[in-house]
Design a protein around this ligand. Structure first.
Ligand SMILES: Nc1ncnc2c1ncn2[C@@H]1O[C@H](COP(=O)(O)OP(=O)(O)OP(=O)(O)O)[C@@H](O)[C@H]1O
Ligand SMILES: [Mg+2]
Length: 247
């Protein structure tokens, strides 16, 4: 029996055969507005409720804004930050601004990958993190695509080595068929893709598990919804969105 991390996202554990195999690094890819950030935040908050500490590395949004957005779903992380079982790693502000001065984990130069790794390791050690979400890894290598694979491999070494089960958010453009580039896609232990497709004049959300090392998983595309409680996947429903993963 392999150990699994229960995501607690309704429907997701069913389609994953019980959860994400422990220590896997999962690429969560999707276009803009597909729900990647919400997915990652829900995964972390569910962990906190189960007594599994977590880290959220933010590269795209101000940490203050992230706490506010999470609280809107009922995921108030401040108490867990005070207890020391959750930490936000600020790789967004570079420490600039009044609010940033109150952040505990700040990557002073978000362009310095080694520095980010150092701050991340320290945060993981201090909170004893079992779950890590990086939102997004695309931000790390968008201006230096040749480094994407080595960055993801290094992250994997650190995250998996420290016992974490992780989600790397990967941004793809609306029309892109892939998940974030060949180097990255093969380096990841799992790939989950979120999609938004216009069907009969309406945008429909769907999720597909493209790969997940160490487990069998659903091979179907399932619809999901986002409500004020977060993501809810319809594990017993299948949705068609054209011929391939994206036509
Ligand atoms: N309370 C809510 N109820 C229903 N849907 C919501 C709610 N809050 C946000 N959404 C939906 O979630 C979307 C944003 O999701 P999210 O921020 O996770 O996207 P993302 O994939 O991270 O996008 P990006 O790549 O641009 O960061 C919004 O565009 C909206 O459609
Ligand atoms: Mg996002």
């Amino acid at each position: 029996m392999i150990e699994r991390v229960v995501t607690g996202i309704p429907g997701l554990d069913e389609i994953l055969g019980g959860g994400i195999p422990r220590r896997n690094v999962v690429l969560l890819s999707g276009g803009p507005g597909t729900g990647k950030s919400i997915f990652g935040q829900q995964y972390l908050y569910n962990g906190l409720q189960r007594g599994e500490p977590g880290i959220l590395v933010v590269l795209e949004e101000h940490p203050v804004q992230v706490r506010i957005s999470m609280a809107q779903f009922g995921w108030d992380v401040r108490i867990f930050e005070e207890k020391g079982s959750f930490a936000l790693v600020d790789a967004f502000t570079a420490g600039i601004g009044e609010a940033a001065k109150r952040e505990k984990y700040v990557v002073r130069d978000p362009g310095d990958f080694n520095l980010l790794i150092d701050v991340l390791r320290e945060a993981i050690k201090e909170v004893n993190a079992e779950r890590v979400v990086i939102d997004s890894v695309t931000t790390l290598y968008i201006t230096r695509p040749a480094l994407a694979r080595s960055m993801v491999l290094q992250l994997k070494k650190v995250l998996s080595g420290m016992g974490c089960t992780s989600i790397l958010v990967s941004q793809v453009s609306v029309t892109e068929r892939g998940f974030g580039g060949p180097g990255v896609e093969h380096a990841a232990d799992g790939i989950v893709r979120l999609d938004l497709d216009e069907i009969n004049g309406e945008l429909k959300r769907s999720i597909i598990v493209w790969k997940m090392r160490s487990t069998a998983h659903s091979m179907r595309r399932h619809p999901f919804i986002i409500t004020n409680k977060g993501i809810e996947i319809k594990a017993d429903e299948v949705i068609r969105v054209g011929g391939g993963i994206r036509e």
